[in-house]
Design a protein around this ligand. Structure first.
Ligand code: FAD
Length: 411
């Protein structure tokens, strides 16, 4: 079923910043609603984080503000955390149809397959004509002559362009500006440090201590553990006495937080254990970061929260001219991008007026029950069978339901 919308009452000229999954679906929904859209993309292809590159930043901790930024942080062997059936946009399923035989059919496919899906989406809806590649937005601010409009300054090689838009939709992603663990003694610790942002392949690692634990931190540890002597994961969300070998491994340990590190190369955990390590990898996440955005203080990032924003999308003082797609992260992301985009497009059109709240606001069917249940089930599986959850599941009935829906959308 292709969703229908009412004819727009107002058409706007809208700048979308970023051509990752969020920017692509934002552009699609804005255009569907009748707006004219320009997508600014500083890279040379679509896909955002899913456009894997073996290149890394010269500063392995990504602290130097003058470093050349590498956007994608995926490591080479990464497979999706979320099953593919949950990840697709609602009218363009991320399926394993018979036409996709040459592709990666796994339920948790590798990153190349996600990029291929996004490219298919962009091709089907002829999106490239809206995108200016190699063009970075360096400033977006309310226009001096009319603060309801937006001045967007962009740079393509040496060329600077200055344009006025009715609205700006920010889709720049939030996995580029790393956060770091504050580890006592780290300034005199002699080993190497790297943020997971700059991790690609395991070969360079021996005798690891891996600081920081999250789903991706544990995934990276499993990637490294086969080539290295030992990996020690520290986690601030475990009890102080935690010290356990992860099941299925002889050389992968989970500890509580690091208490201190010392000049002799040792790493002391809160559980009292000490190990000697070559490298600390910070798998400690990212900061929201909008270096191009000047809202005169109306939108700030404090304690890694962006605000004030109504429902994580519209800043009350600047809406609907400014909006953000994709900020929440413990949700079913691609459908959320889509629903937020429908909402922004409809509000800009003057037509109206999270996942299911957005669907109601957009007069669009609610997220399918199978998708909700699949999402919750994968998180339960991550907790109960973290080694095997990508290859071993018990929700075939939900896959069957998903594919019953998918046949409604011939590609
Ligand atoms: P991005 O993909 O980061 O795209 C932002 C785009 O904006 C980029 O192309 C960038 O070049 C561009 N840009 C930035 N600044 C500017 C500027 N100033 N001017 C012009 N262009 C600019 N999600 C899932 O659904 N399933 C998963 O299994 C999953 N696994 C993940 C694993 C890892 C390791 C990571 C980091 C993320 C994972 N995610 C997963 C989340 C992923 O971030 C989202 O799926 C989604 O791709 C984010 O899309 P986005 O468009 O918001 O941001």
């Amino acid at each position: 079923m292709v969703p229908t919308v009412n004819p727009p009452t107002t058409s706007h000229h809208v700048a979308v910043i970023g051509a990752g999954a969020a920017g692509l679906v934002a552009a699609q929904e804005l255009r569907r609603e009748g707006h004219s859209v320009v997508v600014f993309e500083r890279g040379n292809q679509i896909g955002g984080v899913w456009a894997y590159t073996p290149n890394v930043e010269p500063d392995p901790l990504s602290i130097d503000p003058t470093r050349p930024v590498i956007h994608s942080n995926l490591y080479s062997s990464l497979r999706t955390i979320i099953p593919r059936e949950c990840m697709g946009f609602t009218d363009f399923p991320f399926s394993t149809g018979p036409e996709n035989k040459s592709r990666d059919p796994r339920r948790h496919p590798g990153h190349i397959e996600v990029l291929a899906y996004l490219k298919d989406f962009a091709r089907k809806f002829k999106m490239e004509e809206m995108i200016r590649f190699g063009t970075e937005v360096v400033r977006a601010e309310p226009a001096a002559e009319n603060p309801k409009k937006w001045r967007v300054e962009s740079r393509n090689s040496g060329d600077i362009s200055d344009e006025i838009y009715d609205a700006v939709v920010v889709c720049n992603g939030h996995y580029t500006e790393p956060r770091h663990a504050l580890i006592p003694g780290i300034d005199s610790w002699p080993g190497k440090q790297i943020h997971s942002h700059n991790y690609r392949i395991p070969d360079q690692f021996k005798d690891q201590v891996n600081s920081g634990s999250s789903v991706s931190g544990v995934d990276i540890s499993r990637d490294i553990v086969n080539v290295t002597k030992e990996v020690h994961i520290s986690s601030r969300s475990t009890k102080p006495e935690t010290y356990e070998k992860l099941s299925g491994y002889d050389n992968l340990w989970l500890h509580s937080n690091i208490e201190t590190v010392r000049e002799d190369g040792s790493v002391v955990f809160k559980n009292g254990k000490t190990v000697y390590a070559d490298t600390i990898m910070h798998c400690t996440g990212y900061k929201y970061y909008f270096p191009f955005l000047d809202t005169k203080g109306e939108v700030t990032v404090e304690d890694n929260r962006v605000g004030p924003l109504y429902k994580h999308v519209f800043p009350p003082a600047l809406s609907p001219g400014l909006s953000f797609i994709g900020l929440p992260w413990q949700v079913i992301l691609f459908p959320m991008f889509e629903l937020q985009s429908k909402w922004v497009a409809a509000v800009l059109a003057g037509r109206f007026v999270y996942d299911n709240w957005l669907a109601d606001q957009c007069d669009y069917p609610r997220i399918e029950k199978w998708r909700e249940q699949m999402f919750y089930k994968v998180f339960k599986r991550i907790q109960s069978q973290s080694n095997t959850y990508k290859d071993d599941w018990d929700d075939d009935h939900l896959i069957a339901e998903a594919y019953e829906d998918f046949v409604k959308f011939p590609s």
